[in-house]
Ligand binder design. Structure first.
Ligand SMILES: CC(C)(COP(=O)(O)OP(=O)(O)OC[C@H]1O[C@@H](n2cnc3c(N)ncnc32)[C@H](O)[C@@H]1OP(=O)(O)O)[C@@H](O)C(=O)NCCC(=O)NCCS
Length: 129
């Protein structure tokens, strides 16, 4: 998996149970993955069409460091599917543990918002891996 983003969980990110608010984590994941999908597909015109089941395995507390990783699972005609993991990073031991994971699908769109094909060179690159 490729490292996409690093976040420090701030007090402002905490919800009413003392843990990182789930919607904030989803926002981080969506932003990081959208940026990665745009880089892979060589276009800024990518929209999120689906965020699959999001599993919050472990609570995240204020002051903890989070690293967001992704890998390409599939490149379709107009869509790209990514597997994403958010991992807590222990600055003392450098150990990482998954705190949240999901799959996200992005679609390439034209100026009218219609789905358009992802370049063949991108499909070839990820089909042959
Ligand atoms: C993304 C969007 C353009 C797709 O339109 P559409 O009419 O469904 O287009 P299509 O049916 O041609 O599907 C396009 C691709 O999306 C995929 N797709 C559509 N719905 C999907 C779903 N629920 N799950 C997974 N993939 C899906 C299709 O499989 C297809 O992939 P492929 O070409 O690689 O086979 C449209 O749904 C949209 O504008 N959604 C809103 C996006 C948005 O605002 N996101 C939030 C902000 S970024």
């Amino acid at each position: 998996m490729v490292l996409l983003m690093q976040k420090l969980c701030m007090v402002r990110d905490i919800g009413i149970h003392g843990n990182l608010f789930g919607g904030t984590m989803i926002s981080w994941i969506d932003e990081a993955a959208a940026s990665y999908a745009a880089q892979i597909c060589h276009t800024p015109n990518m929209v999120t069409v689906k965020i699959e089941e999001v599993v919050f395995q472990k609570a995240v507390k204020a002051g903890e460091q989070i690293k967001i990783y992704a890998e390409v699972k599939k490149v379709g005609n107009t869509s790209i599917a990514l597997s994403v993991e958010a991992r807590r990073y222990n600055v003392y031991s450098t150990e990482e543990s998954v705190v949240c994971s999901t799959h996200i699908v992005f679609v390439r769109i034209d100026e009218s918002g219609e789905a358009v094909p992802i370049p063949q060179i991108v499909k070839d690159r990820y089909t042959n891996e």
